[in-house]
Design a protein around this ligand. Structure first.
Ligand SMILES: Nc1ncnc2c1ncn2[C@@H]1O[C@H](COP(=O)(O)OP(=O)(O)OP(=O)(O)O)[C@@H](O)[C@H]1O
Length: 268
């Protein structure tokens, strides 16, 4: 286990929706300069956990710690103000708007001495072009609508925006789902750069083959509970697949089957 205080920690978090226990006593540590992968089957509780970490839902019980201090996240804005940025699957991009406009959506740089200064589009275009070029997306015209970009490029715009505006924790909700191999690679490279800059990344995915090469630790959820937390050095890709697929339950099933076969053999 890596020492030191985690940047962000959820401790024994429980969240119920009516009779459904979406999360049961789940803990996760997010460390600066590491990628923490959050994995689990459909309905395992991944979305609920990231909603708790990003201030969208309040847990029924449990605690959130940031920089060693216990905090309450009252809203997504509150989380963002602290440097916890989440890129949800819809990416919060406006397809028909130019790339640079999307990059600054709601946070436009202004010119002039007064707060009512006008939007400095030239500067905004330069910044957006520079930031995207840094992650390997070299586009000539920042005025082209964001919808003309590929899925991976759009994902990178959303990530670059969060990083540029000072994310300390970056939560990515299935950023590589529905992407081809090359596109997923583009996004994962970008995620690695975010890690190298000291950001604590939470990467939510179904895909073990995307998670394993980039992850430092792996949190596996199962039916709302914590199946386990593993460090990369203690885990093979096969091991991670087994944890995802049910781990202990599958092992028990295999043992039961072996016993049955032995019994059949003995009887024969
Ligand atoms: N707003 C809600 N109201 C009622 N039940 C909910 C709500 N949100 C989630 N749930 C339930 O909580 C459980 C966990 O759901 P959650 O969306 O967190 O899982 P997930 O791991 O993100 O799944 P997926 O990969 O399918 O998105 C599921 O049984 C789901 O039906």
């Amino acid at each position: 286990m890596t020492g030191g205080t985690p940047l962000l920690r959820a401790e024994a978090v429980t969240k119920r929706y009516g009779g459904v226990e979406a999360l049961r006593d789940v803990s996760i540590d997010v460390r600066a300069g590491e990628i923490t992968c959050l994995l689990g089957d459909n309905g395992a509780g991944k979305s609920t956990l990231i909603k708790v970490l990003s201030g969208v839902v309040r847990p029924d019980s449990g605690a959130i710690w940031f920089d060693g201090e216990r905090i309450e996240l009252s809203s997504p804005r509150d989380a963002l103000r602290r440097g916890i940025a989440t890129v949800f699957q819809d990416l919060a991009l406006v397809g028909v708007m130019p790339i640079y406009r999307n990059f600054f959506l709601g946070r436009e740089p202004t010119r002039g001495r007064f707060s009512l200064g006008w939007f400095d589009s030239r500067r905004a275009r330069e910044i957006a072009r520079r930031e995207l070029r840094e992650v390997g997306i070299d586009l000539r015209d920042m005025r082209q609508p964001v919808e003309t970009l590929s899925g991976g490029q759009r994902q990178c715009v959303a990530i670059a925006r969060a990083v540029y505006f000072g994310a300390r924790v970056l939560i990515l909700d299935e950023p590589t789902s529905a992407l081809g191999v090359r596109e997923a690679e583009l996004v994962l490279r970008h995620v690695l750069r975010a890690r190298a800059s000291g950001i604590g990344v939470v990467l939510i995915t179904h895909n073990v083959h995307h998670a394993y090469p980039v992850g430092d630790s792996f949190v596996v959820l199962r039916r709302g509970g914590l199946e386990g937390t593993y460090r990369k050095e203690d885990l093979t890709v096969g091991g991670l697949v087994r944890h995802m697929a049910g781990g202990a339950e599958l092992t028990r099933l295999q043992e039961d089957l072996e016993k049955m076969l032995e019994a059949v053999g003995d009887a024969g």
